[in-house]
Design a protein around this ligand. Structure first.
Ligand code: 8YV
Length: 336
């Protein structure tokens, strides 16, 4: 039995202390602390009797959890990607789901561009070499990579983050930009970022630096596997800031080992935080722990947006009754 009249909220991920303090004014908060609650049994136990869950790109929120915790009315995420949440299952049970778009677009695009540049210019590989005390002489080809300026930038997925990366490449680095997406942008959106829609085959064949920003779904699972990697230029780089599972990591490790492409930059992994062991042993890959949105101001903005949505669902604050970035706002509409 609850000791207060406030609705119970499970914050299933590590969270800013200030945000937890603000939430505690309106909710009886159970906070994950240092570690996200990922184990389904523990999640179901901790979510018992809760009215809302605050999550990110994890943990998994599925029908089984919702059925085990029928008091849950809202699942608010501080991530833009929501492939960990079964939205139709939530909608069917009248559970509001929100994500956190827009606030992370520019930060994530900065990181995608940085990871692509680090990959092309072999920054991580050369730093390891230097730290290992192996730098004893100059050579004309010492960690010679490929140019970014003027090279063809390929983008798979052309949502907000893809467009922000295209803008950087086009305006800052004079890159011809090609992209593939299910839906083509209107001409007035393509022109200022110099972007040209191409087929997926042409994207793979023509890109010097291919950046993946497509949301993860059944249709984007292993969008890049052995046969796609085989179509890329041997000098090309591949950067994945989308989701693990968009790339077949085992096939990528093999392609990198065989130098079928020059290098890769990966911020996301199948089964993360585990990383395919073969990726850890190939030198021509830059590996980062899913930090593309991780500037402190942006992470705070993401948390604040999740909080706004949460308060709105419970009728609190300026957005009362209208969570600003709801994915299924129809669940809040009164029945006709
Ligand atoms: C999160 C992300 O850090 O927003 C997203 O979709 O991938 C990142 O910004 C990640 O989801 C945390 O789980």
């Amino acid at each position: 039995m609850s000791l207060s009249d406030k609705p119970r909220l499970l914050v299933a991920i590590p969270m800013f202390a200030e945000v937890l303090a603000a939430l505690a004014e309106h909710f009886e908060v159970d906070a994950a602390g240092e570690h996200p609650i990922e184990d389904p049994a523990e999640l179901a136990r901790r979510a018992q009797g809760c009215s809302a869950l605050l999550v990110a790109g994890m943990p998994r929120i599925d029908a089984a959890l919702l059925d085990a915790c029928p008091t849950v009315r809202a699942v608010c995420s501080m991530a833009v990607g929501y492939n960990n949440i079964d939205v139709p299952a939530c909608t069917a049970r009248g559970v509001l789901v929100s994500n956190a778009p827009d606030v992370l677009t520019e930060t994530t695009a900065d990181f995608g561009f940085a990871l692509m540049m680090a990959t092309a210019r072999r920054i991580a590989e050369s730093e390891h070499f230097l730290r290992a005390g192996q730098w004893t002489q100059w050579r004309y080809d010492l960690f010679a990579g490929s140019d970014v300026h003027g090279a063809t930038l390929g983008i798979l997925g052309m949502g907000r983050i893809g467009q922000a990366i295209a803008r950087r490449g086009h305006l800052g680095f004079g890159m011809p930009v090609i992209y593939h997406n299910r839906s083509r942008l209107p001409a007035e959106a393509e022109a200022p970022i110099g972007a040209r829609w191409v087929s997926k085959e042409d994207l793979l064949r023509e890109a010097d630096h291919l950046v993946l920003v497509v949301p993860y779904s059944a249709s984007s699972h292993h969008a890049i596997g052995a046969s796609e990697l085989a179509q890329m230029k041997p000098t090309a780089t591949l950067t994945n800031i989308a989701r693990g599972g968009v790339v077949d990591d085992a096939a990528l490790a093999q392609a990198l080992r065989d130098k079928r492409i020059a290098a890769a930059g990966l911020d996301v992994f199948e089964g993360e935080p585990a990383v395919h062991p073969d990726l850890l042993t190939v030198p021509n890959v830059v590996l980062t722990p899913h930090i593309a949105s991780a500037s402190l101001p942006t992470r705070r903005a993401m948390a604040d947006l999740a909080q706004r949505n949460l308060l709105a669902v419970f009728g609190i604050g300026a957005d009362a009754g209208r969570p600003p970035t709801a994915l299924n706002p129809e669940v809040l509409k009164p029945a006709a």
